[in-house]
Design a protein around this ligand. Structure first.
Ligand SMILES: C[S@@+](CC[C@H](N)C(=O)[O-])C[C@H]1O[C@@H](n2cnc3c(N)ncnc32)[C@H](O)[C@@H]1O
Length: 240
């Protein structure tokens, strides 16, 4: 697996960067050390106020954070999520089992649902949590946990959302945030979470699929909401 390096812009912030690296068992490297390294150069920049990500292997990349307010203006695939979730009862709780940058979870929370999101990678959890703190979304809670540990706690009333990471060589179809994740998070274990969700007692399961993804479930979805690049497979087991 390609772990990102942890680094700093200012030497005064080196200690903070070292603490972040130690907390998440990552490697601290100076900006110069990273620049001269061969191979992938994914960086987590630590400052006293913010955490930034950057792919130094991409000449055009700049350090980025997640600006959740921009998501409200963005159309893209999240229009599909709105279309899908607006049919569901708002008193149901939504569990995002693959939180990542919480962009989908944020969109679902914006529709009025109570959303609990789980992210297993601790550095990614800390980065996203840090960005979410600026958006103050009361009905979105993020935890650093492997979702497999909570799958037996769901009930008929619950809605599960899964956005599996999938292998793809083309970078043209993904935003810089997701490209960053694809380079450092393996996609191999995602089938496990899908299979376990389908076996859970949750009444509704929504799985986000990319048209280039070739993993398919053995169980057929109740229906599919199709977009140009993304589809949402809905498993509706309410009342079964
Ligand atoms: C494609 S990304 C999700 C992107 C997300 N939908 C968003 O809007 O930013 C998949 C994420 O799920 C996480 N993940 C995969 N399996 C998990 C599990 N069993 N428990 C918690 N997180 C998991 C990965 O670490 C990765 O960050």
């Amino acid at each position: 697996m390609n772990h990102p390096y942890v680094s700093y812009f200012k030497i005064e912030e080196k200690k903070l960067a070292q603490q972040f690296a130690d907390r998440h068992e990552l490697t601290l490297a100076s900006p110069r050390q990273i620049r001269i390294k061969k191979g992938l150069k994914l960086v987590i920049w630590i400052t006293k106020d913010q955490i930034f990500l950057q792919d130094l292997g991409d000449k055009n990349s700049k350090p980025f954070i997640l600006d959740f307010r921009l998501l409200d203006k963005e159309k893209s695939d999240r229009g599909l999520i709105k279309k899908c979730f607006s049919k569901f009862d708002k008193s149901s709780k939504v569990f995002d089992l693959t939180a990542g940058f919480c962009q989908d979870a944020y969109c679902i929370a914006n529709l009025g649902f109570e959303v609990t999101a789980y992210e297993k990678e601790s550095w990614l959890f800390e980065f996203t949590k840090n960005c979410l703190n600026f958006s103050k979304k009361e009905n979105l809670k993020l935890f650093n946990l492997n979702s497999l540990e909570v799958l037996n706690t769901f009930t008929q009333k619950d809605i599960l959302f899964i956005d599996p990471m999938f292998e793809v060589n083309s970078k043209s179809l993904a935003k810089k945030e997701i490209q960053f994740l694809r380079k450092c998070i393996p996609s191999s274990l995602e089938k496990e979470i899908i299979d376990a969700s389908i076996k859970s007692s949750a009444g509704l399961i929504v799985i986000k699929r990319h048209k280039l993804s070739n993993t398919r479930n053995l169980t057929k979805p109740s229906y599919v909401i199709k977009g140009k690049v993304i589809s949402l497979e809905v498993f509706d087991r309410r009342g079964l």
